[in-house]
Design a protein around this ligand. Structure first.
Ligand code: UDP
Length: 328
């Protein structure tokens, strides 16, 4: 494997993937329509701007480069928006992946690592969540990712395209060496919002509910460093290259932190007061989501290396040096 196609490589997790592949000496080609991605985040790779749903565009890219494997991050990912506009999500996420798989089939590319999500589980049956647990998404975003996992399964059977679907828990952090980080507009994720409040760009953080059945009443999530996520993708690609069986894998640290614990850790890391007020619950938030990462450890040989303080401190380095993200 030498040349890797990263779809959505200008986005948050995709750009960290590109940085790791470049560091390891791969030739990297990024396809991205830049609707939410940033060209400035693509460092050391070739960028082809276009939409996955455009089959001619993908044919051109697969003809131009000797692609050995694909990593697909390209998707809409706002849970709330997916509830109000499900067709936008099916139309982009599912159709984009279908188009990518069609190009792979036509060009004989047999390995794909797919960006999936813990939202495929919906309201969990138990903690920590294992890959064999019930998958019943409670929003269209999770439903589109699960639909794509289904499509991957059938494409494996029919065309021998091997896949690893990686179900992320809460991605956060930044790559302070390469100078890339999180820049969403609008921002909806807890850690960047907390750090924007630390920077004075927001007057406070709203805590969405403090009456959940958790130790301090706020929701508990499993935060995983974006660089650890990137490492798992590379291991998954190498695993498929060695003939590994297709499957889905959870990517999380296996430890949960509450919203209040995140804010307290951010106060410690930044030295800023970070005002916070309790607000109503956000619709559709499960109280606790913690990954069992046993399968990824055993099958892929993955071990997350960075804990919560490192996640927040790397994110702080990024946000405080790029208060306006990648800029206009
Ligand atoms: N959250 C919060 N205030 C915010 C943003 C998020 O209290 O301004 C909470 C949210 O309700 C959830 C947790 O923080 O319990 C993580 O939310 P995020 O949107 O970062 O990720 P999700 O778990 O929804 O994928």
């Amino acid at each position: 494997m030498k040349t890797i196609l990263v779809a959505g490589g200008a986005g948050y997790i995709g750009s960290h993937m590109v940085a790791l592949l470049v560091e390891k000496g791969y030739d990297v080609v990024v396809v991205d329509n830049l609707c939410t991605g940033h060209w400035q985040a693509v460092k050391g790779a070739k960028l082809r701007v276009g939409d996955l749903r455009d089959g001619n565009f993908l044919d051109q890219v697969f003809s131009e480069f000797p692609i050995d494997g694909v990593i697909n991050f390209a998707a809409y990912s706002l849970v709330g928006e997916s509830v109000t506009n499900p067709l936008k999500y099916y139309g982009n996420n599912v159709a984009g992946s279908q188009s990518m798989l069609t190009a792979m089939k036509n060009h004989g590319v047999k390995k794909i690592v797919f960006s999936s999500t813990a939202a495929t589980y919906g309201e969990p049956e138990k903690q920590p969540i294992e890959e064999t647990d019930r998958t019943e998404p409670t929003n269209p975003y999770g439903a589109t990712k699960l639909a794509i996992e289904g499509m991957l399964k059938w494409c494996d059977k029919a065309y021998g395209i091997k896949y690893a679907a990686l179900r992320y828990f809460n991605a956060a952090g930044a790559n302070t060496e390469v100078g890339i980080g999180e820049d969403h507009n609008p921002e909806s994720h807890l850690i960047p919002i907390v750090l924007q409040a630390a920077l004075g760009k927001r007057d406070h953080v709203g805590i969405f509910g403090d009456d959940y059945p958790t130790p301090d009443g706020t929701c508990v999530r499993d935060y995983i460093h974006v660089r650890d996520l990137a490492s798992a993708h590379l291991l998954a690609l190498e695993y498929l290259d060695k003939g590994g069986e297709s499957g889905s894998f959870n990517l999380g640290n296996g430890t949960g932190y509450s919203v209040k614990e995140i804010i307290d850790t951010a106060r410690k890391v930044t030295g800023k007061p970070i005002p916070a007020t309790v607000e109503p619950r956000r619709a559709g938030d499960p109280s606790v989501l913690i990954a069992s990462n046993k399968k990824a450890q055993e099958v892929l040989g993955w071990k997350p290396e960075r804990g919560l303080e490192q996640i927040i401190s790397d994110a702080w380095t990024w946000h405080s040096s790029h208060p306006d993200g990648y800029g206009k």
